[in-house]
Design a protein around this ligand. Structure first.
Ligand code: WT7
Length: 655
């Protein structure tokens, strides 16, 4: 927080931050037929628990709960006494309702021509067989199963098979290293690992099995490793290994789904975190499925009979868990799953897929959108994207320029864009526009969903007035909240419930504008303190990206003897823009005129790439190391570690 009262010039400057006057009303036709109307907010406000009960009633319960919420702060139990089976809800009940022929997944492999269509009836058989196989291998309710796989149909099938028998899955993103995989297997004490020989990435088979071999060699608790044959590449074989097709294919295609307790664990998912050992975020059964399915239906205005929905995330992240697997399947949606990267074999691959399957709802991340901007609007323009009706964004704050580009060049200016804020820990979407209701502002997540109570507070935990900034908090428990950190209740309390008495603190900075709408500003550790004033990296990045020559920008605060911290910006120029002598001066002037002199970067470095984690988050920690001339910290979670070398080479050219 500021240590001195800002001068008048600064106050004016700061109140200009993120000034954004564009508004996009919902299309009238969409609004008229929307799943959710504005009354939902009022209903939930009148009786929040009754609202969530109605959402839970969209599922099929073997036994109804007796208590909606048991809140032993900060430990929640939702739908206590209720029993249900997640796999039954996601698959069997749709087949029983006569929807067996509906497509659950259109799977598109990366090599062209590799595709598969899986109906709900087929999915039911596959999940039943896999569940029988797990039981034959000795997996029982409560056991942990680590899953390390490419984006192939066996991945959701394996997850659903675990859910069906009450085993707890821990999906580890297929790009993670041996030590990351090993730590996660050990922390959860998994007894089984499910993997594949490899998957296709950037035009070639990318091996997974060698990573598993190395990790499992150091994990004596792992009894068996089940291996899907995807690429057919050579693999080493150990006596723990068994082919998926050898064990699964011969199983009966029927399996009884026994109901589980609403609070039985469903899965653990590790958040990498920038420091410390990864946290095993624990989600449970009834509340998680209630909120993921309700939000998927509400936020994307899902019409399961006609929509073709595509979430481009990897299933190894929470976005994939909640919005490729559990939410969409619980709603009997038809989804696309794509195995590979957006530029293989060409930069129009995503748009080719949208055109091929006539995708109506697309859910992707700002980092992807900025990459598409960099590649140029002429690429999507070559494809027929007229099937699209709703666009979503998730993962980090979306800069207004990226939002408007997405709306225009992908959405043809007719599709609402929903900027959805949530986290691995929240399990499901929390703050977002609703496509049939909200007059959306580019860059704002706008407002907490019905049934969610979010607030922006100051240092002392007091609500800030409209126009103020501070920390995002959640005031009341919600159904899909994490229940704890696996094996570490104390760390759960310390990490999320200790900063502000009685409030959940997600770690994000936020601003509430004059209309009361919420803007997310990124992680609070990404807020810079310049001459005693808080400036968020997101705000400066947005200002830089609003300059026509800039494709992407990352901003960090580097220690500075005069100002405490000084702003250092790393920018990638757009394809057509030339790197010139005075580009740094031009961009500094642009930031000063957009945000005010206080936000002017001390240094601007033009770089070819930015260091990103595999989930697309910019690793500012490494950029700070560069800006402060330090040796680089841990680079193991980077997608491409050579990026840092390229950036360091630019350093002497700093302006
Ligand atoms: C963090 C959570 C939620 C699935 C993917 C990431 C940032 C996420 C937004 C958004 C601004 C966002 C936050 C949050 N974040 N969505 N729409 N606007 N920031 O899950 O890896 O657990 O990361 O991502 O900082 O805390 P995650």
């Amino acid at each position: 927080m500021a240590t001195e009262t800002p001068g008048r010039e600064t106050q004016e400057t700061l109140s200009n931050l993120l000034t954004e006057t564009r508004r996009f009303a919902p299309p009238a036709e969409l609004a008229a037929a929307a799943n959710v109307t504005a009354e939902a907010y009022e209903e939930a406000e009148r009786d929040r628990l009754a609202f969530w009960e109605r959402a839970a009633e969209r599922l099929t319960w073997a036994e109804r709960w007796h208590t909606t919420l048991e809140w032993n702060a900060p430990f929640a139990k939702w739908f206590v006494g209720g029993k249900l089976n997640v796999a039954y809800n996601c698959v069997d009940r749709h087949v029983e309702a006569g929807l067996g022929d509906r497509v659950a997944y259109y799977w598109e492999g990366e090599p062209e021509g590799h595709s598969r269509t899986i109906t709900y009836a087929e999915l039911q058989r596959e999940v039943a067989k896999a569940a029988n196989a797990l039981q034959e291998l000795g997996v029982r309710k409560g056991d942990r199963v680590a899953i390390y796989m490419p984006m192939i149909p066996e991945l959701p099938i394996a997850m659903l098979a675990c859910a069906r028998i009450g085993a707890i899955h821990s999906v580890v993103f297929g790009g993670f290293s041996v030590s990351a995989l090993k730590n996660r297997i050990e922390d959860a004490n998994a007894k089984l690992v499910i993997t594949a020989d490899g998957g296709y990435r950037r035009g070639k088979p990318n091996p997974l099995k060698p990573t598993v071999d190395e990790a499992v060699a150091e994990c004596p608790g792992v009894e068996r490793v089940v291996v899907v044959r995807r690429t057919g590449q050579e693999v080493n074989w150990t006596d723990k290994d068994i082919w998926w097709h050898d064990i699964v294919d011969r199983q009966p295609a029927e399996h009884e789904a026994v109901p589980h307790d609403a609070e039985d664990p469903l899965f653990i998912l590790y958040t990498s975190g920038t420091t410390g050992k990864p946290k095993g975020i624990l989600h449970t059964t009834g509340g998680y499925l209630t909120q993921t399915s309700w939000t998927h239906w509400a936020v994307f205005d899902l019409k399961p009979e006609t929509d073709i929905y595509w979430c481009t995330a990897d299933i190894g992240w929470v976005t994939g868990h909640s919005y490729i697997v559990y939410g969409p399947l619980a709603n009997a949606a038809t989804s696309v799953i794509y195995e590979g990267t957006p530029d293989t074999p060409h930069r129009g691959r995503f748009w080719e897929i949208v055109q091929k399957y006539k995708v109506t709802i697309l859910y992707t991340a700002p980092t992807a959108i900025r990459t598409f901007m960099k590649w140029g609007a002429d690429i999507p323009a070559k494809f027929d994207l007229s099937s699209l009706r709703i666009l979503g964004s998730v993962g980090e704050p979306i800069n207004p320029e990226a939002y408007v580009w997405y709306r225009e060049h992908i959405g043809g200016n007719r599709c609402p864009v929903v900027d959805t804020w949530w986290q691995t820990e929240t399990g499901a979407i929390m703050i977002t526009p609703l496509p049939g209701i909200t007059h959306a502002k580019p860059g704002a997540a706008m407002r907490a969903l019905p049934g969610i109570v979010a607030d922006v507070v100051d240092d002392k935990g007091e609500s800030v007035p409209n126009g103020g900034g501070g920390y995002l908090v959640i005031r009341e428990p919600w159904p899909s909240m994490l229940r704890t950190i696996w094996g570490d209740d104390k760390r759960y309390v310390d990490t999320y419930w200790s900063r502000f008495e009685g409030l959940y603190f997600p770690g994000d900075g936020a601003k509430r504008d004059e209309d009361g709408d919420i803007w997310l500003l990124g992680r609070v550790d990404d807020v810079m303190l310049v001459s005693g004033h808080n400036i968020s990296t997101t705000e400066v990045e947005s200002a830089l990206v609003s300059h026509p020559k800039v494709a992407e920008a990352a901003v960090v605060g580097a220690s500075d003897p005069v100002t405490g911290q000084a702003i250092v910006a790393f920018v990638i120029l757009r394809g057509e823009a030339e790197e010139s002598e005075d580009i740094a001066a031009e961009l500094r002037a642009h930031v000063a005129s957009t945000l005010g002199p206080i936000a002017k970067p001390r240094q601007i470095l033009v770089v070819p790439e930015l260091p990103k984690t595999r989930s697309g988050k910019i690793m500012r920690r490494l950029l700070r190391d560069v800006a402060e001339n330090r040796e680089l910290g841990d680079v193991t979670t980077l997608t491409d570690s050579s990026v840092m070398k390229l950036i360091a080479e630019k350093l002497p050219a700093a302006k």
